[in-house]
Design a protein around this ligand. Structure first.
Ligand code: ACO
Ligand code: ACO
Length: 156
């Protein structure tokens, strides 16, 4: 079976539970997640009857949207599903009439920064100490502490 061929990306239905275990892979704070979910649209990647990935599209006001959260189930990472989700997020934002999409990630998230730039996002801002100021617990990635947030933007 070709995993990527089999994946359907669709909005999460109102009566479906939020797949927190996936959202928490991208953002370890449930409090932060619950802060941006109201008003956001959640899209999920489904393979057969299983939800294996997600992204959250948040309106920033005006014609700008932000991908607040994007994740793929850990054992399925590195097989192209994240790229598929990000391409879907961009085309969804475009279809909804947004003129730009931003995505924020930590200074330590080397693979994510690579993926976002590969998909046409450019670094537009650095929020110094973002992870120190907004998260109670220290976050480490690749042995490095998450400190600053890089903001990347794609014009649509
Ligand atoms: N180092 C370098 N490049 C990498 C790595 C790595 N460790 N992992 C993947 N890549 C590259 C791939 O080679 C691919 O590039 P290619 O097309 O040139 O081969 C590209 O990145 C996309 O890889 P995918 O396989 O599509 O990525 P994946 O399915 O793993 O999804 C994601 C990426 C969503 C970041 C996933 O790994 C994940 O869920 N990680 C944990 C949660 C997370 O960090 N989410 C993002 C937080 S920021 C936010 O949510 C706004
Ligand atoms: N991906 C991820 N990590 C890497 C990579 C890589 N491709 N290459 C090295 N590292 C890590 C190493 O694992 C090491 O980390 P560790 O201590 O946790 O194991 C760390 O980076 C340092 O590695 P070194 O072996 O000391 O690096 P190197 O001797 O290769 O020197 C340098 C780095 C100067 C960038 C060298 O590769 C180089 O000359 N590259 C070409 C020229 C260049 O790009 N120079 C920098 C341009 S910017 C400027 O000049 C201001």
């Amino acid at each position: 079976m070709d995993l990527l061929q089999d994946i359907v990306i669709r909005p999460l239905a109102k009566n479906e539970p939020v797949p927190y275990e996936l959202l928490l892979l991208a953002d370890p704070s449930k409090e932060m997640i619950d802060g941006y979910l109201p008003g956001s649209a959640i899209y999920v990647a489904q393979s057969e009857d299983r939800i294996i990935g997600e992204y959250v599209l948040y309106p920033l006001g005006g014609k700008a949207a932000e991908v607040k959260n994007i994740a793929v189930e850990a054992p399925l990472q590195g097989q192209g599903i994240g790229k598929l989700l990000l391409m879907h997020a961009v085309s969804t934002a475009r279809a909804k009439g947004y003129r730009s999409v931003t995505i924020g990630t930590a200074n330590s998230s080397v693979a994510q920064i690579y993926l976002y730039q590969q998909q046409g996002f450019q670094i537009t801002d650095v929020k110094e100490d973002y992870y120190l100021l907004n998260y109670a617990e220290p976050i480490y990635e690749n042995g490095e502490r998450c400190k600053d947030q890089l903001v990347l933007t794609k014009q649509l």
